[in-house]
Design a protein around this ligand. Structure first.
Ligand code: HEM
Length: 434
């Protein structure tokens, strides 16, 4: 199967349609430096036009919470088959790499449509059970402590993203899937720039390099599943295989392999960004941080405010399956749509406190954010993401209460349309906290 076939995991993008007739058009460009630095300021300036067409992307952009929710809740009109597609066309050599006859991951969840989506999700969600979370919690806690040990050993100041934020979610999702820890470094390397491939604007040479890693990773996933068939463990992959063996019609072997392939990305980088964004929000607001150190029961609520205020995911995609209308704008079938979760999360009037641009760990309705989506595709890993972040913050506030951001650093981010987090984050602490 090639990357262009409809049911494949990543489809090559089709030709960009023109702006729908009568639709406002503007120069919105999420790759621009001003948007990458502060998307919220750019989006605030666009509030008078809740639906507009971006030539840069070839997408209709929807910014209002009510419209974003309506679209999420109507999967028949607004399909999700485009959510894992590269934003821009692939160069010849990347196509060639992914044209390998054995590169055949299929759409399984975020990009799979009803009724198959419901079937696959029902089986997959068993893996995110209370039992599995109870098994993972002590692992996440002990890894958080071990990573703090390493951070402290590195000495103040240290780089938090690579020493902690990247590793905790990576190791957690790999153990969840069942991958052996001896492969962690290789796995992180293979998965590291999938973000650029799908949501960024890589050069042709970069596309090819990433495609090679995707192919190597896919082959690893297939071999891993084959090994688990022979020797099941107490892990998510073995649970999926048990479903497959009891009824292959319910879950095919290729679907199991594709779920494993997709989950390593879905469950990793975004949580890394969530952890770094939490520190970016909390550490400079000292009274908030001190409150969390004194009263860890406030951490879960504070993290909901992080997800609202500085979400690691600022957008998601849909495509119109039929002619329709959004906020009075006629939208022809085939129109690609970018849902701005960032704009919706900062929309005046959507939350009790009238000023959505204020970060407040006590905001009572922060949990009404839309960062995990809504409806049938609502993030399957939300519980795991929340658990990882709560445990990480509990350990950091307990062990390093004097943690702070190094003053004067300028935060660089990977330019892309959907995921937001710093490439690196320098933190410091009083040596007495060691
Ligand atoms: C803070 C961290 C995370 C955020 C903000 C996030 C956000 C999202 C969003 C916006 C969607 C699309 C929802 C929709 O279309 O309605 C989604 C889907 C999904 N997420 Fe997450 N996610 C996070 C962490 C995770 C983790 C840790 C995992 C797995 C371990 C995960 C697995 C998935 C899966 C499998 C889907 C597709 C669900 C479906 O289509 O039925 N996510 N996530």
């Amino acid at each position: 199967m090639s990357v262009t076939e409809v049911s494949s995991y990543h489809r090559a993008p089709e030709q960009t349609p023109e702006a729908p007739q009568g639709c406002p058009v503007n120069g919105f460009n999420p790759f621009a430096a001003d948007y990458q630095a502060d998307p919220y300021a750019v989006l605030d300036g666009l509030r008078d036009t809740p639906v507009f067409y971006s030539h840069e992307l070839g997408y209709l952009v929807v910014t209002r919470m009510a419209d974003v929710s309506t679209i999420f809740l109507d999967p028949e009109t607004f399909g999700s088959q485009n959510v894992q597609d590269p934003l821009f066309p692939l160069g010849h050599s990347a196509q060639e790499v992914l044209g390998a006859p054995d590169f055949n991951p299929v759409a399984v969840m975020s990009n799979r449509q009803s009724p198959d989506h419901g079937r696959i999700r029902n089986h997959t969600k068993q893996g995110f059970s209370n039992r599995r979370m109870r098994i993972l919690e002590p692992y996440i806690r002990s890894r958080s402590h071990a990573l703090v040990d390493e951070l402290l050993a590195a000495g103040s100041p240290a780089e938090f993203a690579s020493l902690f934020a990247h590793r905790l979610p990576g190791e957690t999702i790999f153990r969840f899937i069942g991958f052996p820890s001896s492969d962690d470094e290789q796995l992180m390397e293979w998965c590291s720039d999938r973000l650029a491939f799908t949501w960024g604007k890589p050069s042709e040479a970069e596309q090819t390099g990433i495609a090679q890693k995707m192919l190597a990773y896919w082959r690893y996933c297939r071999d891993f599943v084959a090994a688990r068939v022979e020797d099941p463990g107490d892990d998510f992959t073995s649970e999926l295989l048990a479903v497959h063996h009891s009824d292959p019609e319910q879950l095919s072997r290729l679907e199991v392999e594709s779920i494993v392939y997709g989950l390593s990305f879905a469950g990793h980088e975004i949580v890394s960004n969530f952890l770094s964004n939490a520190l970016i929000c909390l550490l400079p607001r000292r009274s908030h941080w001190n409150e969390l150190c004194a009263n860890p029961s406030l951490i879960a609520g504070a993290l909901e405010e992080v997800l609202r205020f500085e979400s690691p995911q600022t957008s998601w995609r849909r495509v119109a399956n039929r002619d329709t209308e959004i906020a009075g704008v006629k939208v022809p079938a085939g129109t690609n749509i970018l849902l701005s979760l960032a704009a919706a999360n900062h929309e005046p009037g959507c939350f009790d406190d009238p000023n959505p641009n204020i970060f407040d760990i006590h905001r009572p309705d922060a949990r009404n954010h839309i960062s995990f989506g809504k409806g049938i595709h609502f993030c399957l890993g939300a519980r795991l993401a929340r658990l990882e972040a709560v445990v990480a913050l509990e350990v950091l506030t307990e062990r390093v209460p004097s943690l702070r951001l190094v003053q004067g650093q300028s935060l660089e981010r990977f330019a892309n349309i959907t995921f937001r987090g710093p490439k690196s984050l320098l933190v410091a602490w009083d040596q007495a906290s060691d």
